[in-house]
Design a protein around this ligand. Sequence first.
Ligand code: NAD
Ligand code: AKB
Length: 311
Amino acid sequence: MKKILITGAAGQIGSELVSFLVEIYGRYNIVATDIKKYPGYLSLDCLDRDAVRYLVAERDIGVIYHLAAILSAKAENDPETAINVNNNGLYNILEAARRARCRVFVPSSIAVFSPGLPVIPAPQESSTRPDTIYGMTKAWGEMLCDYYAARHDLDIRGIRYPGLISSETEPGGGTTDYAVDIFYQAVKTGHYTCFLKKNTKLPMMYMPDAIQATVQLMSAPKKKLRFKNAYNLAAFSFTPAELARAIKKHIPEFRITYKPDSRQKIADSWPAAIDDAPARQDWNWNPRYDFATMVADMVSIVKNKPENGGN
Ligand code: NAD
Ligand code: AKB
């Protein structure tokens, strides 16, 4: 079989996607890469066009999951790097894919939507004129993928992920990161200072569902996909206050305080919920975790980590 390349594989999604794909296809068929050093991964900077092309040819790559990116909060602080990695990095990957005829997965985000959409949940086909640098790179990425699909007949698929909550790898500089950090602080110190206001509602999802959805979309028959770049994906929405109340059911002494910072403005520009009916219709997407089961699972896993006294 042709091999599967994952870029940005040391990140929040990549670290869990790699294990999932290894289980299905075997370690030999998975080429995990990142710009940062990670045990067992190859070093690959997606901005190094020649290195990307060489690796794709030399390793006989047939499928690429392109996860390397700069997330929203980091992107506002360093727009130059974000534009470079998210736009030029994607372009390098698509060019390598075009030459080697690879199938490609390119993640998008709830960040693509225009602020203040008139209809919530945000429909699949909505206005995508974001006012954050990250959102702009993601909206441009969706268009570039559609261009390569139409112009070069490449099979490129994508998902607009909501904020992802996971227990394996720390999130990498986004606005929804609070929804992961809060569990670690709740277990370690019993207190969390949230950088978003208490009533900021955002769409979220538990990582096992996001990984399942990703692999499911990549396995779906092409002819069934009305949209490619990219499908809305949803599970549940909540505010920091609602998350704190849910955590308190498991850790009664937990307290939260609020100190909104610059990330509030980013969150305010995103929709509170998105409509994923086309994903459910076209490739049978259905999340396994709801809000309550996600919180119970996260608390239990974080409590059982060795650094928190578990084994
Ligand atoms: P992350 O920040 O955790 O990981 C990104 C990885 O990319 C990092 O390991 C980083 O070292 C690597 N990277 C950065 N610059 C690179 C370069 N030049 N070359 C190669 N690697 C480079 O991000 P993530 O959460 O795993 O997100 C993966 C993708 O999913 C991104 O496109 C992101 O926009 C999208 N997404 C994530 C979420 C989420 O909540 N995690 C939500 C929506 C969309
Ligand atoms: C971020 O907060 O930047 C990401 C995202 C929703 O794209 N988690």
